[in-house]
Design a protein around this ligand. Structure first.
Ligand code: NDP
Length: 298
């Protein structure tokens, strides 16, 4: 299987590149790759179309996205081009080739007003530009009618790129006090968990991935199990941090979202129910704390 993979400089794309080595021939594309035939800027439709036609993959996996949630509020057009429009173009090109698409989306498609985990059936109602653009991307893929899998995940972290875990570890070296919101609830999810679940789903596919996703694909939630707040996540990070002695941090303080205004508003509750994924593909999703322990051992 020839897999065209975007976003390999990001958290999830990097893990996918590693994990998919046993699944197929992975062809990484991106906006700063040196080989011109593998350059793909998701903000440029002609570049998307040209590269996919050149590579002729059996499967396109698209973890690339405009992920700067606050910045998206001041760059809505660019965020929409990358998150909302590009996935539709990818899906159209895949359909022309008879290929399939795997794409990732977010818990921020919901408004956070529920107090039990969101299922795939729940009404979406994004509260910020990022969420709106990601929802547009989901809809664009679904409307093309290509065999696809859309995996919604949440609070992604790893030891690379930009994320909450790395920000906390850096701030702990710089500041005596860190204030973190305690009234937004979700599930921190290690990028490796998402990549490995993707690979396990693919390993269940018979020879033709398009046939497999035409019958078993669609929209699924995929996060670690358990739940916490950003404050709870930060507390767990510092409890596991082995470099405790050289850090400046003295006080971790729980605050409300009102005390930490950001350009983009975020859902108060965005837990996703991953039961459909577990039932369909027989996957067990690890508890977020167990995964964090493993990451922190590194
Ligand atoms: P990262 O921010 O770590 O990586 C984003 C990737 O997208 C980078 O490789 C970046 O490449 C690429 N990219 C951005 N703009 C373009 C462009 N115009 N053309 C080509 N490539 C581009 O993202 P994550 O790995 O964290 O996210 C993976 C997926 O999970 C995304 O779909 C995201 O929306 C979703 N998600 C993420 C969450 C999170 O907390 N991070 C939460 C929920 C869902 P470059 O090096 O060129 O910038």
């Amino acid at each position: 299987m020839k897999i065209l993979l975007t976003g390999v400089t990001g958290q999830l794309g990097w893990e996918l590149q590693r994990t998919l080595l046993t699944i197929g021939e992975v062809i990484p594309v991106g906006r700063s790759v040196s080989d011109p035939s593998l350059q793909m800027d998701l903000a440029q439709l002609d570049s998307i179309r040209r590269t996919i036609r050149e590579v002729k993959p059996d499967l396109i996996i698209n973890p690339a996205a405009y992920t700067a949630v606050d910045k998206a509020e001041s760059e809505p057009e660019l965020a929409m081009a990358i998150n909302g429009i590009a996935p539709g173009a990818i899906a159209q090109e895949a359909k022309q080739l008879g290929a399939a698409v795997i794409h990732y989306s977010t818990d921020y498609v919901f408004d956070g007003k529920k107090n039990t985990a969101y299922t795939e059936q729940d009404q979406t109602n994004p509260q910020n530009i990022y969420g709106k653009t990601k929802l547009a991307g989901e809809q664009a893929i679904a409307s093309v009618g290509v065999p696809h899998l859309i995996l919604r995940t949440s609070w992604v972290y790893s030891l690379r790129s930009k994320n909450f875990l790395l920000t906390m570890l850096r701030l702990a070296q710089e500041r005596e006090e860190i204030r973190v919101v305690d009234d937004q609830i979700g599930a921190p999810t290690w990028s490796r968990t998402i990549a490995e679940a993707t690979a396990q789903i693919l390993s269940q596919a018979p020879e033709n991935i398009s046939d497999f996703l035409a019958s078993r694909g669609g929209l699924y939630h995929l996060t670690a199990s358990g739940q916490t707040s950003w404050y709870g996540f930060a507390k767990a990070i510092f409890e596991l941090d082995e470099k405790k002695s050289d850090r400046k941090l003295q006080r971790l303080i729980a605050i409300t979202s009102q005390e930490y205004p950001t350009p983009a508003s975020r859902p108060a509750y965005s837990l996703l129910d991953s039961q459909k994924l577990s039932n369909t593909f027989g996957l067990l999703l690890p508890d977020w704390e167990r995964s964090l322990e493993l990451v922190m051992q590194k």
